[in-house]
Every structure is written in C-alpha cells, then in structure tokens.
Design a protein around this ligand. Structure first.
Ligand code: CA
Ligand code: CA
Length: 315
C-alpha cells in the first residue's frame, strides 16, 4: 500500500515536470531557442548605440548578449546569419575606465574573450565598448558608434505568467474581459509607452466597454502612483488612441472610438487642437488627451485565450 502511494507521488511529480514551463522552452515569438546553450536569442540587424542596445534588450526582459564560453560563441555564430560582421556585445568599461565587465557584472576574464591583435587600444581614450566578429574576436570602440546586436534570455531566468500567457509577471488577468493588463509606474511619453507595450507583445490599452473602463480605473486606483517622484504629468494614464494623423481620434488598431465601444470623454472635450494629439484617461476613467511628448503612467493590454496555450499554436 505504501509502495503504491509512493508510486503515485512519483508519477504525479513526473507529470508536473513534463508539463512544467521549463519544458515548453518559449520566451517570445521573436526569440530563437538554442538547445546547446539553453537560452533564447534575437538578432537585431538595425544598428544602435551601445546604450540603446542595452535598453532595447532590457525592455524585452532580456540582456545584451556576450559569449560566456567558446561553446556559446559557436552556437550563436551559426544562428547569426546577418551580413554585418560586427555586433556590440554586453561588455564595457563604462563603470570603471579600463576595467571591462559584462552587463550583469562579470569580470572579462570570467567570460569568453579574444581580442583582435593590437586591441584593446582605447583610441583617443574614447573606446569603452566592444564589438565582436563571428569568430569571436573583439575590438574596443566608441559606445556612440552604431552596430547590430543580439539580445539573450536564459531559460533558467525565464518565469512564466500562466494566466496571461506571457513571461512578464506583472500582467494581471480579468477573466470576464478575457484580457490581461499591466500598469506602468515608470512614466514615459506616448511613443515610448507604445514601444514598451509592443516589446512585451501587448499594446497600449484600448477601452472597449464601460466594464473595461471601470477595471482600468480600479487598476489605476490600486497602483501606488503617489510614491512616484520626478517630472511627469500626474492625473492621467495614457491609452492606445490618438489623433496624430489629424484624421480624428482613432485607436492604435485604426478604429474610431465609437466603433471601439467607449466614448466617455472627460471635462476636456476633444477640440481641434494641433498640439495635443495623444490619448489618455483621467484617473476616473474618462477620456482625455495631451501632449505626445509629455511623460505619464500608462497601461498595456493583451488578449489571452482561456485553455489555449499559444505556444502550441501554429506559427
Ligand atoms: Ca580599438
Ligand atoms: Ca480593450
């Protein structure tokens, strides 16, 4: 009897491991999983400065790639099919001049490193970042130059928000609406907010019903907004509609507010006003609009499908 119970426990454990998140090996649709390194990678062919590359990876919950060892270099070199032959890697001496360390604080000697002959030479004292070619050879270079780069996420660091089918933990579910939402307490301007939602495979929230407005209003109320210091516009939360084309107020999906299901404007009724073209809501859920370059809180929204795991869907 005892043996039978033990067997059942073992079987249960095996089952839960088989269906555990680690086995599904999914981070985002735009990242490729490499078995050799048990990590996800995305190649960015549009050149950016070092800092822009670090920020881009960070916004996706990843880090700027550098090779840990020869094995990873070889695996990534196979995946790296783009024509440009140098990329920025996540190692710099920005914190302490002359002392190279990785974006996650590891010493250069502890990760893969192989300098081109004569490097690092710190030309004009301006070379604090590193580019690497497909052979893994490195050259120190100005951080303001622009190069392609790779973002990396290890499987071990991957968490999974099962309710919302996303690796981003702070999305909360509303089952009645069939949607998940994330309130951002880091004020950004409308364009940046749009990009952040996009990077998380969601979109700047669109209100489609009174019920949804009430939920976003409650979410706004529940977040500790008053603890956020700095220069930003309080009192509003940016949403996914705009008049940037001056064709009237449209959602970021191209629909009118009427067709989208919610038109409850607040005190500041929409006006013909060339300067203020980006949509938002007051904390009470009523719509307003403002300067697109003004920083504010914002909410990202994403659909989820109950009982359906998109990682098993067709790609
Ligand atoms: Ca150099
Ligand atoms: Ca919506």
């Amino acid at each position: 009897m005892l043996l039978k119970s033990l067997l059942i426990i073992v079987m249960l454990q095996l089952t839960s491991e088989t269906y555990g998140q680690a086995q599904k090996k999914f981070f985002r649709k735009d990242y490729t999983f490499l078995e050799e390194t048990q990590s996800f990678y995305k190649f960015f062919s549009i050149a950016k400065t070092y800092q822009e590359a670090v920020t881009t990876c960070g916004r996706q919950g990843a880090t700027l790639f550098y090779a840990e060892d020869k094995r990873e270099l070889d695996a990534v070199a196979k995946f790296w099919t783009q024509p440009r032959d140098h990329i920025f890697i996540g190692i710099s001496s920005l914190i302490s001049k002359g002392v190279f360390a990785s974006v996650d604080g590891r010493a250069l000697m502890d990760v893969y490193n192989d300098w081109l002959p004569g490097e690092p030479n710190d030309v004009n004292g301006e070379e604090s970042c590193i580019v690497m070619n497909k052979k893994g050879q490195m050259n120190d270079i100005s951080c303001n130059r622009k190069f392609p780069f790779i973002c990396k996420k290890t499987l071990a660091s991957l968490e999974w928000n099962a309710h919302c089918q996303t690796p981003y933990k702070r999305y909360i579910v509303n089952e009645d609406l069939g949607r998940c939402y994330k309130f951002f307490l880091t004020p950004m301007n409308w364009t940046e907010a749009f990009a952040v939602c996009n990077a998380e495979e969601s979109y700047l929230a669109i209100i489609n019903s009174d019920e949804e407005a009430n939920f976003l209003k409650k979410m706004t109320k529940d977040n500790p907004k008053y603890t956020v210091k700095g220069n930003y516009l309080a009192g509003v939360v940016m949403l996914g509609f705009h008049n940037r084309d001056r064709q009237g107020w449209l959602t970021i999906k191209g629909a009118t507010l009427e067709d989208s299901g919610y038109t409850q404007w607040g005190y500041a009724q929409p006006d013909v006003d060339d300067k203020y073209l980006c949509g938002a809501m007051f904390y009470n859920g009523e719509l307003t609009y403002g300067d697109c370059s003004q920083r504010s809180f914002f909410i990202c929204e994403k659909e989820y499908k109950s009982g359906f795991d998109e990682r098993f869907g067709d790609e």
